[in-house]
Ligand binder design. Structure first.
Ligand code: PBG
Length: 325
């Protein structure tokens, strides 16, 4: 049967009918909010390329998380900006490092009310800004793994629920799983940045946490955006290495990857709606070229419709604004 017996517009006639047949709905509990903690800051440091978003001093982290929890959001992802960097990023695994201190405070304050994930990478901690240790200007994979193990264990010791390795080193999930298990943290999960592309959309983030590479770029370890099958292979490897959650990053230009991940793998799929994606919406809204609320809702719903179970987004802090009428 077709037209005129079939009329698709019947189910679009009223708001109530449209809501009744809606397939995908956003919920704040599927959002995760990134927080950048700056060890040197005395007050929040606004980030110019991310309007409405700041780097925070450790003292502000509880208040910030409180505001996020009040939005119905249950999870945060922590990044640190240390007061001192070195060649090997040793501040990343200091027991009194910036992220470790923040995790302790948050765990103390919120207990099981808040899921705490931590970014496990070296780029914010190295003087050269690369995601691993260097030899002759090249990031050395296997020596970097040794440092990633230490970082993950130090985060777990501080109380992290989940660690999120983002450096795209081969074998990083396996190395971290082993290290966590050996140290008595078999309950701590791994959210693997499995399909992380070398993307221009990380620009604002790199300004924010001062982690732009001092020379070269990250194409020697992050993925080429021309590739899709490679992303599936990365994800398959990470599942076999023990990842609990797989992430695709960025989100908006990679909905096809999110979609394929969802249909292939039976683990939760996370998508990272990155800093550049946030900045574009904010910039266009600021000059009045798009409606911010409408754009955020449409984008986040599309990411979920593509297959993301969990969305990491800087917009999460305004979840109530987006999700209530
Ligand atoms: C660090 C890291 C980056 C982001 C998250 N973890 C930057 C990069 O890989 O250069 C980007 C986050 C964003 O842009 O919002 N490895």
């Amino acid at each position: 049967m077709g037209f005129p017996r079939v009329r698709m517009r019947r189910l679009r006639r009223t708001q109530a009918i449209r809501e009744m047949v809606r397939e995908v709905r956003l919920h704040p509990s599927n959002l995760m909010y990134p927080i950048f903690i700056d060890e040197k800051a005395k007050a929040p440091v606004p980030i110019e390329s991310m309007p409405g978003y700041s780097r925070l001093p450790i003292q502000s982290v509880i208040e910030e998380a409180r505001q996020v929890v009040e939005q119905g959001v249950k999870a945060v992802l922590l990044f640190g900006v240390p007061s001192a960097k070195d060649e090997a990023g040793s501040a990343a695994y200091a027991s009194d490092g910036v992220v470790q201190k923040a995790v302790k405070r948050l765990k103390n304050e919120f207990g099981e009310e808040l899921a705490i994930a931590t970014d496990v990478c070296l780029c914010e901690y190295t003087t050269h800004g690369h995601c691993g240790v260097l030899k002759n200007g090249v990031v050395v994979n296997d020596s970097t793994l040794e440092i990633l193990r230490k970082i993950a264990v130090s985060h777990a010791q501080a109380g992290a629920d989940m660690v999120a390795p983002s450096g795209m080193m081969d074998g990083q999930v396996r190395a971290i799983r082993e290290a966590l298990d050996d140290a008595g943290f078999n309950h701590v999960g791994i959210m693997a940045y499995s399909a992380k592309y070398a993307s221009c959309f990380y620009g604002p983030f790199r300004d924010a946490v001062e982690c732009a590479p001092k020379f070269g770029d990250r194409r020697g370890y992050q993925m080429d955006y021309g590739n899709a099958r490679e992303a599936l292979r990365e994800m398959e490897l990470d599942i076999n290495e023990g990842a609990d959650v797989l992430m695709v990053k960025p989100a908006l230009a990679y909905l096809d990857i999110i979609n394929q991940a969802k249909s292939r793998f039976n683990v939760p799929i996370a998508a990272y709606n990155v800093s550049g994606e946030y900045a574009m919406v904010k910039a266009a809204a600021k000059v009045g070229w798009i409606n911010e609320k409408a754009a955020v809702l449409e984008f986040l719903t599309a990411i979920k419709r593509a297959g993301a179970d969990l969305i990491i987004t800087y917009f999460a802090k305004d979840a109530k604004l987006w999700l209530t009428k």
